[in-house]
Write a protein that binds this ligand. Structure first.
Ligand code: ATP
Ligand code: MG
Length: 152
C-alpha cells in the first residue's frame, strides 16, 4: 500500500521503546525527499523491528542507536547503527545463514533466524541488505528498497 514512511518509522520506534524493558535510546532522523511510498507495510515493519531489536539486544543500554531514513529518487535507504559488541570478521560471511550466530553472542539468547528471514523479505521487495561491523565498536545495517516494485 502507499505509505508515509516517516510516520511509519516514528511509530515503529515508539512501539519498540514502549515494548522493550531496555533503556536504549533510538534516535530517528530522515533526509531527502519523500512522497508516499509504495511498499508493503507489514513486510517493512517486520524488517525494521528485527534490525532494531538486534541493535538493542547486542549493545549496552547506554549506547545510542541511530536510525536513519534517506529518500532518493528511486529508492529509499534505512540505516541502523549501534555501538554494540560488533560482529567478528570470521562470522560475517555466514551472517544471513539460518541458525548461524556469531561466536561473541553465546551468552545472549537467540535462534539465529531473524536476519535470514529479513534478507528474504528485503529480496522479495527487490531490495538489498548489507552491513559493516567492527568488534567492540559497533554495527551498521543498511537496507535499500526500490520505491516502486514490479512484481509480476
Ligand atoms: P533471533 O532469531 O531471535 O533474531 P539472533 O538475534 O541470534 O536470533 P539473527 O537476528 O539472525 O539471530 O542474527 C544472527 C547473528 O548476527 C546474531 O546471533 C549475532 O551474532 C549477529 N548480529 C545480528 N545483529 C547484530 C548486531 N546489531 N550487533 C552484533 N551482532 C549482531
Ligand atoms: Mg535477532
Amino acid at each position: 500500500s502507499w505509505l508515509d514512511l516517516k510516520k511509519l518509522c516514528n511509530e515503529i520506534v515508539e512501539e519498540i521503546q514502549r515494548s522493550t524493558s531496555s533503556k536504549h535510546k533510538i534516535v530517528f532522523t530522515s533526509k531527502g525527499k519523500f512522497n508516499l511510498c509504495y511498499i508493503d507495510e507489514t513486510l517493512l515493519q517486520h524488517i525494521l523491528i528485527n534490525l532494531l531489536s538486534n541493535a538493542i539486544k547486542y549493545s549496552p543500554e547506554e549506547g545510542m542507536i541511530y536510525f536513519e531514513l534517506e529518500g532518493q529518487d528511486e529508492e529509499v535507504m534505512f540505516k541502523i547503527t549501534d555501538s554494540g559488541i560488533g560482529i567478528p570478521v570470521e562470522d560475517q560471511k555466514l551472517l544471513f545463514t539460518s541458525f548461524h550466530r556469531a561466536r561473541n553472542v553465546r551468552k545472549i539468547q537467540g535462534t539465529g533466524l531473524g536476519l535470514s528471514i529479513v534478507k528474504k523479505m528485503v529480496e522479495l521487495h527487490g531490495g538489498q541488505i548489507s552491513f559493516e561491523s567492527q568488534v567492540g565498536v559497533g554495527t551498521t545495517f543498511t537496507v535499500s528498497l526500490p520505491l516502486t516494485m514490479n512484481n509480476e
